[in-house]
Design a protein around this ligand. Sequence first.
Ligand code: NDP
Ligand code: 8X3
Length: 247
Amino acid sequence: MITGATSGIGYSTAVIFASNGWDVIITGRRAERLEKIAIELNDQYRVRILTLCFDVRNNEEVEAAIKGMPEEWQQINVLVNNAGLASGLMPIQQGNLLDWEKMIDTNIKGLLYVSRVVSPLMIRNGKGHIINIGSIAGHEIYPNGNVYCGTKAAVELITKGMRVDMLKDGIRVTLVSPGAVNTEFSVVRFHGDQPRADTVYNGYQPLSGDDVAKVVWFAASLPPHINISEVTVVPTAQAGTNLVHRV
Ligand code: NDP
Ligand code: 8X3
């Protein structure tokens, strides 16, 4: 199950699992995209794709969608908690409360809602792997990153908490923390301002969604006794959230 599979890292992760023969549950709010991706992956890789359209911020929708799946789909081997966003880039003293709430509700509460429903299924099945998509923004702050960085720092500690709590159940828990990835992330952050979003990726080669998906797949495809606890993956041209070598 991959949350936020309608674009970027989540989409690429769905492709890599499907291309390796896995049946995949893809989720997101954009129903049309989900259906299009399901047809594409089914045609190309002959695997089964289940689409679940819900907003991770709405716990009722999350529970109804996941608990309502046919029993066979409830055997979730891997959950990739990827759905997330940045909204705005403003100093704390000028912050927009709606942006803050969107980020906190999606990146922290949404991840928790989905995990709360899926983790008991994994424990019931006696195995499972939760891969949370954090960020280097969770490890270090940059100007105006305040709340987004805070949500990703929370994801880091929640990931550790999950690992501790489900240790006895044999559930693997991994944190993947990417640096700059060229997806819809920046256009979402800048509320649809594509030219401004493009400036984030000018003058160097950022990661692609496919690059991050390879790391997620690596962690998921290791033998069951190996857990990658944390991995940070950045473009070669990036040495920190605010340190990118541009030419
Ligand atoms: P995209 O904007 O391309 O993808 C985000 C995905 O999350 C979309 O599929 C979107 O689907 C989904 N999503 C967002 N909000 C919700 C919601 N409320 N309910 C359900 N789904 C939601 O960005 P990325 O692929 O870059 O982002 C994926 C993750 O990677 C995020 O957690 C982000 O914080 C993290 N990340 C990104 C980095 C980057 O530089 N791009 C770097 C480090 C981490 P839909 O709109 O259809 O609901
Ligand atoms: C996304 C990376 O550095 O733009 O998490 O916040 S950054």
